[in-house]
Design a protein around this ligand. Sequence first.
Ligand code: ADP
Ligand code: ADP
Length: 215
Amino acid sequence: MIIVFMGPPGAGKGTQAQILQENLQIPKLSTGDMLRAAITAGSEVGKKAEALMKNGDLVPDEVVVGIIKERIIQADCATGFILDGFPRTINQAQALDKMLKDNNLIVDKVICLDVNPDIIVARQAGRRIASKSGCVYHVEHNPPKVPGKCDVSGEDLIQRDDDKEDVVRHRLEIYADTVKPILEYYESQSLLHNVKGTSSVEAVKTEILSIINQK
Ligand code: ADP
Ligand code: ADP
């Protein structure tokens, strides 16, 4: 099962991908998490990505395609995986299909979460993340059991540099400028499922699971 999550920054992709990963027992591959880990590690990829991410700009296609290509051949991806934050350009969508085809695989379902920009800015301001476990929280809407600590790993939660309002608005503009051809691409293959992302985490989860369980 190969599932792609789409939607603007803050739509809930990471939150829902994390829930689905536990439900389906297949890994969530988040290019944002992988790039943040590369920055922390000080790798070549991290050096290429750091300034771009801080400003809310996209990292070059060849960098993210390279990361995904290496990741999907790992043993834990053998029965499937969930893509969160990739593809973000039509070039990435085509590169994904090519790498899947080389392994006799195809994308099974694309879930696009829809949330309007004002809600997103408010959500991002309250977002807190756990970089080791990949869990995502919100100080009001989805708080951890112990304030400031991850429920799963116990690590300290952090606020992302790029979650400031001006950077969030810039990321939303980039999304609006790049998303249309990708959605058309998946729509034309009847893979696209739109889900309203403004209901509760639980209600969005239920809708996504019913889509995943459809034939
Ligand atoms: P969000 O969850 O808010 O959508 P992500 O964690 O997915 O944000 O991504 C954070 C940043 O990482 C993006 O603003 C971009 O700079 C970079 N990034 C992540 N995925 C990609 C990608 N597929 N292509 C290009 N840049 C990416
Ligand atoms: P994305 O990966 O699309 O950028 P996240 O999953 O990181 O989005 O969610 C962004 C913020 O919104 C987080 O703080 C998260 O806890 C919160 N959030 C996610 N889904 C919902 C929801 N359905 N209702 C309210 N807040 C949510």
